[in-house]
Design a protein around this ligand. Structure first.
Ligand SMILES: C[S@@+](CC[C@H](N)C(=O)[O-])C[C@H]1O[C@@H](n2cnc3c(N)ncnc32)[C@H](O)[C@@H]1O
Length: 263
């Protein structure tokens, strides 16, 4: 990550932005060059510059050196070994669950750590994510992704099937992205404080129905709601501004519930 003075130094990670299709996260190494189909840049010419500066490629094309945001790592930096949540869905999940600084959050599974990174970024410095994941190899990649952006210290990952139970109690919220979440309801229930919310991410309508039936039978949750988020990006050309022809047509459904005390 960059130093606090926003001056680019050896070892800084920066986004080299040429245009919407040509953007990369790179680490600045003295004596080396960054190459692209638009030409190259000597890293020595970037060192000492202020982040946000324009730099010229060898061909005369312009590029900008920008400070990486978490979205840049989600789009260009993190390794991806599983299906991952998309920003459009992550945003609604954070708002529905009221996750903020200090929140203690249950997550399962960690997958590639994409959702985990967004939660950890919001709960820090005093909050924490407790993630349950069955696949050790996925957990390792997720923690490497989190370490790359300095967020691993806000996450504890446990290699365990969440259906076997969780250690934590009185957590503020839960984010569940599993194929069979209805089999984990008792574990989720035991981890949450009364009234705390949970968001399930489900790719198919049949899973939504199965979860609905199971959660109604369980009786430990109320305020059941289900959402789908559709996001259209726009094509930004003066005189022809319009939605892009292609969009992400389907990711999944967000199923929300809150824990209640069962008598
Ligand atoms: C779709 S991925 C999660 C992706 C994650 N939300 C992200 O944004 O990177 C689902 C994960 O759940 C894990 N998983 C599946 N069943 C599980 C269970 N019963 N307990 C814990 N983890 C489980 C899988 O190994 C996989 O890593």
């Amino acid at each position: 990550m960059l130093n606090p003075h926003e001056i680019i130094s050896e070892g800084s990670e920066v986004v080299v932005y040429i245009d919407e299709r040509r953007r990369w996260i790179v680490r600045v190494v003295r004596g080396k060059v960054f190459g692209s189909d638009r030409g190259y840049i000597k890293y020595d010419d970037i060192i000492g510059q202020t982040i946000g500066s324009e730099v010229k490629l060898s061909t005369g094309f312009s590029a900008y050196v920008l400070k990486p945001l978490l979205i840049d790592y989600l789009e260009k930096g993190f390794r991806r070994r599983t299906q991952v949540l998309y920003p459009k869905d992550m945003g609604l999940i954070l708002v529905l669950l009221g996750i903020g600084p200090g929140s203690r959050v249950l997550e399962s599974g960690i997958g590639s750590g994409f959702m985990t990174s967004v939660i950890a970024n919001v709960v820090r410095p005093d909050g924490h994510v407790y993630a349950y994941e069955v696949r050790e190899d996925f957990a390792k990649i997720a923690m490497e992704n989190l370490a790359r952006v300095g967020l691993d210290k806000y996450v504890t990952v446990k290699i365990r099937d969440i259906r076997e139970g969780v250690d934590e109690r009185d957590l503020d919220a839960a984010v569940i992205d599993l194929p069979n979440p209805w089999e984990a309801l008792d574990s989720i229930y035991s981890a949450l404080k009364p009234s705390a919310p949970v968001a399930f991410f489900l790719p198919t309508v049949s899973q939504v129905e199965k979860l609905l039936n199971a959660i109604q039978e369980h009786r430990g949750f109320t305020d059941l709601r289900c959402f789908e988020v559709l996001l259209r990006e726009f094509h930004l050309v003066s005189g022809a501004i319009r939605p892009r022809t292609r969009m992400i047509g389907h990711t999944g459904y967000i199923f929300f519930a809150r824990k209640v005390i069962v008598k």
